[in-house]
Design a protein around this ligand. Structure first.
Ligand SMILES: NC(=O)c1ccc[n+]([C@@H]2O[C@H](COP(=O)([O-])OP(=O)(O)OC[C@H]3O[C@@H](n4cnc5c(N)ncnc54)[C@H](O)[C@@H]3O)[C@@H](O)[C@H]2O)c1
Length: 294
């Protein structure tokens, strides 16, 4: 296939959850720019409609769906809507889902279950509905959003979130193994800290948090929702046709860096963390690395 058409998504249909804001919206807009038509899922139906309006202005077909992915019955209805409105499915982006925090020794089991319903059942139920359609068609691509917490621990009361994101990693491996021979690929993107309203609030409440995050990110900046765009188009397109079961960090180098590593930053790095070792210095300055999180 010529390189020019390798990333072309024209004629393809994508379902993206969390499409009202953050990485879900950015993923949807990138897929739309590459040519895909979209069903935009979010419990914030008005936000999903705003994303749909932007996509329609690009000439795409875009339909919002106000759905809570923690409710399997709503997901079943969503895919019935997909069948009625679009009649095909080429890509699923499983992005939506919230978590509740609490120390392991205190967190209420109902909060663990709620988190599980958001991040595990929601993603799995969408995979199941999408997988049935893709297996029947003999082709399709699914991307689950995990986290660096799919592989490493965060502390700070993230026990329910981390357990759920660990399950998302195994969900991705199991489904890719089950479905690869029948044309359906399943991959995961594992982000480090990507700016969103919740993260901004937590960093405002704890002024040490931003530097703590940045100290673990060799690239020297936090993620932005649009960082997911190119990766999502790649994974949805024929350019990634032999890639399945991959857990891809989107983290500015966080996962690769050992906790004892020394990070050298150029003078142009954004959000540099001042430390006695690098304050006011340029190329070649260094700072101690502390483990960060996602
Ligand atoms: N931002 C980060 O640093 C980060 C890092 C790793 C993983 N993640 C995960 O990525 C996903 C998206 O994060 P984001 O930063 O884009 O968040 P965001 O808050 O910017 O957007 C999340 C969107 O999902 C929707 N949503 C949440 N729960 C839903 C539900 N149950 N049903 C339907 N819609 C729901 C919200 O309305 C919102 O529009 C989340 O699952 C998050 O845990 C985020």
């Amino acid at each position: 296939m010529p390189l020019a058409t390798l990333f072309d998504l024209r004629g393809r249909v994508a379902v993206v959850s969390g499409a009202a804001s953050g990485m879900g919206r950015a993923m949807a807009l990138a897929l739309g720019e590459a040519g895909a038509d979209l069903l935009l899922v979010d419990r914030d139906g008005e936000g999903a409609e705003r994303t749909a309006t932007t996509l329609r202005a690009l000439g795409r077909r875009a339909e919002p769906a106000g759905v809570d992915v923690a409710e399997p019955a709503q997901i079943r209805q969503l895919f019935a809507q997909l069948d009625r409105s679009f009649g095909r499915l080429d890509f699923l982006g499983n992005v939506a889902g919230d978590a509740r925090l609490g120390p392991p020794e205190q967190i209420d089991l109902s909060d663990v279950e709620w988190t599980w319903r958001n991040l595990v059942y929601g993603r799995f139920c969408c995979c199941q509905e999408a997988g049935r359609r893709m297996l029947a068609a003999g082709r399709g691509s699914i991307v689950n959003i995990g986290s660096l917490a799919s592989l490493t621990a965060l502390g700070r009361g993230h026990i329910a979130y981390s357990m759920a994101m660990g399950a998302v990693a195994q969900m991705t491996r199991e489904l890719s193994t089950e479905w690869a021979g029948r044309g359906v690929r399943v991959n995961a993107i594992l982000p480090a800290q990507v700016l969103n309203s919740g993260l901004e609030q937590r960093m405002a409440a704890d002024p040490t948090l931003r530097d703590k995050f940045l100290s673990g990110i060799p690239a020297g900046r936090l993620g932005r929702p649009e960082d997911i765009g190119g990766l999502a188009v790649f994974l949805a397109s024929d350019a990634s046709s032999w890639i399945t079961g991959a857990l891809i960090p989107m983290d500015g180098g966080n996962l690769a860096a050992n906790a004892g590593a020394t990070i050298r930053r150029g003078s142009k790095a954004e959000g540099r963390v001042p430390s006695p070792g690098n304050q006011g210095q340029g190329e070649g300055s260094s700072m101690p690395h502390r483990p960060a999180s996602a």
